[in-house]
Unconditional design. Structure first.
Length: 283
């Protein structure tokens, strides 16, 4: 007869926020494993190697800077347009690509989910890792661009100090907001495979409603509240303010965005938890 100490005990999963957080902590190695594997699957086997990591984001940035800054002459509030554009594209790309990668996380991990148990919330959280890797690359390009303008104009445009920490916090908020969306879209994607195609078009439209390549100063003050209805507008504006000091710190819109993100996250966790069992059965 097997010793009692060696017996397996199967217990029901505990409910509640603290229980789910503790469960995520217990399976943190699984989270790291899936995050690393997602990044490796993206770049493994590429002939151009590390060059492709920087060439892939650099070409769209150069094209966007040429079109909006060169051909259309969009103002940039006294800083070089390419630098202005980069400080908008960095937080937006982190947000957008987190959503696009996270939306297909359940279908990507379905074979693993059917073989072993781990908290299903690990799947959408780990799927953000490619967007985080892109964020690091974009920040390296941003610093490189600042060094170029230091050599060219003799001016160091990047801020050093507490405002830069505020910009980094905006990056965390962008990921937090993206995850609150992913908790909904990954379920829809598992049930309706065409979700990710429609989402790409929606994200392009959303970007034009966000001050990525144009300054808020061109919008009349009495109409700026319409722009700040978009939660990402204050995130991008605050990131730009923290990095290059352009514009002003939008405290009230930023506080509203934080509240919206927290409410969306709570609703997303509830929806994902409510739907995960039936969704996994459909994979």
């Amino acid at each position: 007869m097997a010793d009692a100490a060696d017996a397996w005990v199967i217990e029901p999963r505990r409910e509640g926020v603290s229980a789910r957080a503790f469960e995520l902590w217990r399976y943190r190695r699984m989270l790291w494993f899936l995050a690393v594997r997602t990044v490796k699957d993206r770049y493994e086997g590429m002939t151009l190697g590390i060059f492709w990591l920087f060439a892939r984001p650099l070409f769209p940035i150069l094209i966007g800077g040429f079109v909006f800054g060169g051909l259309l002459g969009v103002p940039s509030d006294g800083v070089p347009f390419m630098l202005f554009y980069m400080t908008g594209i960095v937080p937006w790309t982190l947000f957008e690509r987190s959503i696009l990668w996270g939306t297909k996380c359940l279908t990507q991990h379905r074979s693993l989910m059917k073989r072993l148990y781990f908290p299903r919330l690990i799947s959408p959280i780990s799927s953000i890792s490619p967007a985080a890797a892109d964020f690091v690359i974009y920040m390296v390009l941003l610093v490189g661009l600042a060094l170029f303008y230091l050599w060219k104009d003799g001016v160091w445009y990047l801020r050093i100090g507490p405002p830069l920490l505020v910009a980094l916090l905006m990056s965390v908020l962008a990921v937090f907001a993206a995850l609150s969306v992913i908790l909904w879209t990954c379920v829809f994607q598992a049930r309706h495979p065409e979700t990710r195609f429609g989402l790409r078009y929606f994200m392009r439209f959303w970007m034009f409603l966000t001050p990525v390549f144009y300054p808020i100063s061109i919008i009349p003050p009495e109409h700026r509240w319409l722009l700040y209805v978009n939660p990402m507008a204050s995130v991008v504006s605050t990131f730009r303010w923290g990095v290059i000091g352009v514009g002003e710190l939008p405290l009230v819109p930023l506080a509203t965005s934080i509240v919206v993100a927290m409410v969306a996250m709570a609703a997303g966790i509830w929806f994902f938890t409510f739907s995960e069992s039936s969704t996994i059965d459909r994979l």
